[in-house]
Design a binder for this molecule. Structure first.
Ligand code: CU
Length: 116
């Protein structure tokens, strides 16, 4: 019985090790932004991504999903845009944006500018 418990604990330990190893990368390293950030349902796709300084990114917007930037120094204007436009990011940092209509439903995103 004691051996069975020990074997069980060992198996559990292995399981924990594997679970930790399979963790996704930390939030500080989002994927590279595609040329255009799209919308799937009420979600930006991808909802977070990274660019290099000087890189332009197109973010999908429409009258149904007006886009606005949050925070000072954001290349995405606070006044909602209703058409898809290209925004160029220069200063390193993380810039938040959201759909003015569906922010409460979690329709938000961020772009991180990383100096290579
Ligand atoms: Cu929306």
């Amino acid at each position: 019985m004691r051996r069975l418990i020990q074997a069980g604990l060992a198996a559990l330990g292995l399981l924990v090790v594997f679970a930790c190893r399979n963790n996704s990368p930390p939030a500080s390293t989002p994927p590279d932004c595609p040329a255009t950030i799209g919308i799937e349902g009420f979600t930006y796709s991808p909802s977070s991504c990274k660019v290099r300084p000087g890189q332009g990114v197109s973010i999908t917007a429409s009258p149904t999903h007006p886009l606005r930037g949050l925070g000072a120094g954001n290349p995405i204007p606070a006044t909602p845009a209703t058409t898809t436009q290209i925004y160029t990011f220069s200063a390193p940092g993380t810039y938040q944006y959201e759909c003015a209509t569906h922010a409460a439903q979690g329709m938000k995103g961020s772009i991180t500018v990383v100096d290579p």
